[in-house]
Design a protein around this ligand. Structure first.
Ligand code: PLP
Length: 425
């Protein structure tokens, strides 16, 4: 078997992830010489012998230790499939993770991970605002299984996080801190290293407090939580990684041991991605860096331009942080770009925000984000509408806020569209 580590190096030179996205982990000789990894649209795999089938199951079900160099044989597509395994290998390169598990949605990744590590009596602390689906899972579903959950506001910074940890510990065994940074849609930053420190302090030799980071907004290009000490990284691959608004998928990355546990639950929950999803994501990964860089550049241009617009009250964009702002220091340590999510308040309230949204032409009125096309939406009545308005205000979500996911279009065209839409006010 060709050594994976050879693939990653030329001499002493370690190849960059973008150089490996077209080939890493795939051997054409196993697929009739096809340059591209085919779609392995099959539910099951043929064993060469009964003995081989027995050996594959022994490893899959943990009936014996894996021998040196022995990998999990192909059995059945709920357990593994080449399109998933190769995708997982490629995903690990960006975050420098030991292992990855892919799922048919971001929510499947988050839910499967939560149910892998949390038990009745455990407490989960999370930062708010957080993705609406995650919020529902944490607030409404996990407590039905005896798992206590507690939130702190991202806008309250590290002091708020510290207080949150103390409050969480009073509820039971703190087991996991789940962060989303930048927070959606306010773009408040959460200090991953501070969470790692607090988790370490709250850990005991028998019980490690895990830090999980939903890296959907910045990752894997602009923020690498594992390098900052996080234990688990979660993705909605539907967003930047998929990047074309045509597929729903998710991932969890971490140490080999933890991902093996996550894959164990995935096998029995049946939440794995299918081969077609895996193939689409491998295609997307080839252009991930190009797309994210272009999107971030466009976002910076639009954010600066919005700041000067007379009908815009306020712009929320990490690229505008200045020395002295508590988030500035976090941004410097944690992010290599400001990303491509820009929120802004129009002058007025919900009515004025709706007028602008209804007037947009090139920018489409839709939730979701991270695709090649620019999208706009109203968090207060759309993505965050299940949060009562008074709580929204406490989190910094205003009635006049519009959230933009900036795509790869010509930035002058995007400006022209925003300008004509804002001119209706
Ligand atoms: C979209 C999203 C999710 C959920 O992902 P799905 O792929 O829609 O299941 C989770 N977290 C964040 C930050 C998201 O934006």
């Amino acid at each position: 078997m060709k050594d994976r580590y050879d693939e990653r190096r030329i001499g002493d030179r370690e190849l960059a992830p973008e150089s490996l996205m077209m080939s890493y982990g795939y051997r054409p000789s196993l697929s009739e010489g096809a340059l591209k990894c085919p779609i392995f649209q099959t539910s099951t795999f043929v064993f060469n012998s009964a003995e081989e089938g027995k050996a594959f199951f022994e490893v899959a079900y943990g009936l014996r230790e894996q021998e040196a160099g022995e990998s999990l044989g192909l059995i059945y597509s709920r357990l593994n499939n080449p399109d998933l395994e190769i995708l997982e290998d490629r995903l690990t390169l960006w975050d420098r993770a030991e292992a990855a598990a892919v799922f048919e949605s971001g929510m499947a990744a988050i839910a499967t991970t939560a149910f892998t590590f949390l038990r009745p009596g455990d407490v989960l602390l999370f930062s708010e605002p957080i993705y609406g689906g995650t919020q529902y899972l944490f607030r409404e579903i996990l407590p039905q299984f005896g798992i206590r959950t507690h939130a702190y506001r991202a806008g309250d910074g590290t002091a708020g996080m510290l207080q949150g940890v103390e409050e969480a510990k009073a509820l039971g065994h703190l087991r996991m801190i789940h962060l989303e940074t930048p927070a959606n849609p306010t773009n408040h930053l959460v200090d991953i290293e501070a969470a790692v420190r607090l988790a370490r302090e709250a850990s005991t030799p028998e019980r490690k407090v895990l830090v999980a980071v939903d890296n959907t907004f910045m990752g894997p290009l602009f923020q690498q939580p594992i390098a900052l000490g996080a234990d688990l990284v979660l993705y909605s691959l539907t967003k930047y990684v998929g990047g074309h608004s045509d597929v729903i998928a998710g991932a969890c990355l971490g140490s080999a041991e933890r991902i093996q546990a996550v894959k164990g639950s995935r096998t029995f929950f049946g939440s794995m991605a299918g081969p077609w999803t895996g193939w689409l994501l491998m295609r997307s990964l080839e252009t991930l860096k190009l797309r994210m860089n272009a999107q971030a550049e466009n976002a910076g241009i639009l954010a600066d331009w919005l700041l000067e617009h007379p009908h815009v009250e306020r712009v929320y964009f990490p690229g505008h942080l200045r020395e002295g702002d508590p988030d500035y220091d976090i941004f410097q340590r944690q992010c290599s770009s400001a990303g491509a999510m820009v929120s802004f308040d129009v002058r007025g309230g919900e009515e004025e925000a709706f007028q602008v949204l209804n007037a947009l032409r090139l920018i489409k009125l839709a939730v979701s984000l991270g695709g090649t096309e620019s999208l706009a939406q109203h968090p207060g009545t759309m993505t965050h509408s299940d949060i009562p308005p008074e709580d929204q205000r406490k989190m910094g979500i205003t009635a006049s806020m519009i959230r933009l996911s900036v795509g790869v279009e010509n930035p002058d065209d995007l400006k022209a569209d925003l300008n004509q839409a804002l001119s209706v006010l």
